[in-house]
Design a binder for this molecule. Structure first.
Ligand SMILES: [Zn+2]
Length: 220
């Protein structure tokens, strides 16, 4: 549509203005085209980067999985191989020859002799069967002084039959007196007493129980 000419406006000016507007429009179009091109280029760069990262990660995962699988398989195969060799070896040795019967019986006899005792700890009253797990303590040994109590706090007579201990009010289980001046003490209590400590389990640590009631004497 032809543009209207206002008073004071020449045709030349009008053409100049139209040319300038066209130029500006062209510049804007070029700018937009350039920006679109840049955006497309950036998008393509991003796609390429993503592809590259995906390939890298998948390559790393494959390598890691392969190494792990390799080690697991190798270890498992070694274990299976060792187990199989042990089995073959055991089959070749079977049946095993019997041990020397005399020696076998002798060992059994020695062990039974060793553990067929009822031995009581004078300190804590525990009953065990292996003599080697006890120490034989002389009544004059100073470690027994830690088992002394105040007699007025104990509501029964706790005499063990060894005069020197009774005079010092030392509580020991009478069943632990092996002869007139020796008391058996378990290794645990002996260790504590040797360190100058009253064992927690000691009868003298307020764990005295007194004589066994008639009703309980027949219990096994
Ligand atoms: Zn003990």
């Amino acid at each position: 549509m032809p543009q209207q000419i206002y008073p004071g406006q020449s045709k030349f000016h009008l053409q100049k203005e139209e040319a300038m507007l066209a130029k500006q429009a062209k510049r804007r179009a070029n700018k937009q085209k350039h920006m679109a091109k840049n955006r497309e280029k950036q998008r393509q760069y991003q796609i390429n980067d993503n592809l590259l990262n995906e390939q890298l990660m998948s390559q790393q995962a494959i390598e890691k999985y392969s190494i792990k699988t390799f080690f697991l398989l190798t270890c498992r195969l070694l274990l299976l191989n060792t187990s199989y060799q042990s089995l073959i070896s055991a089959q070749e040795r079977w049946p095993l020859s019997l041990p020397n019967s005399k020696q076998f019986y002798s060992n059994f006899y020695d062990m039974i002799q060793k553990v067929s005792h009822n031995i009581v700890c004078g300190c804590c009253g525990i009953i065990e069967h292996n003599v080697e797990e006890f120490a034989m303590v002389s009544a004059n040994d100073s470690i027994l002084k830690y088992l002394a109590v105040e007699p007025e706090k104990v509501p029964f007579s706790f005499s063990c039959g060894i005069v020197s201990l009774d005079e010092q009010h030392v509580i020991v289980d009478p069943l632990a007196v092996t002869d007139e001046d020796t008391v058996s003490v378990c290794q645990k209590c002996h260790s504590s007493l040797s360190d100058g400590l009253l064992p927690i389990e000691a009868l003298a640590n307020f764990r005295w129980v007194g004589p066994v009631p008639e009703e309980l004497k027949d219990l096994t």
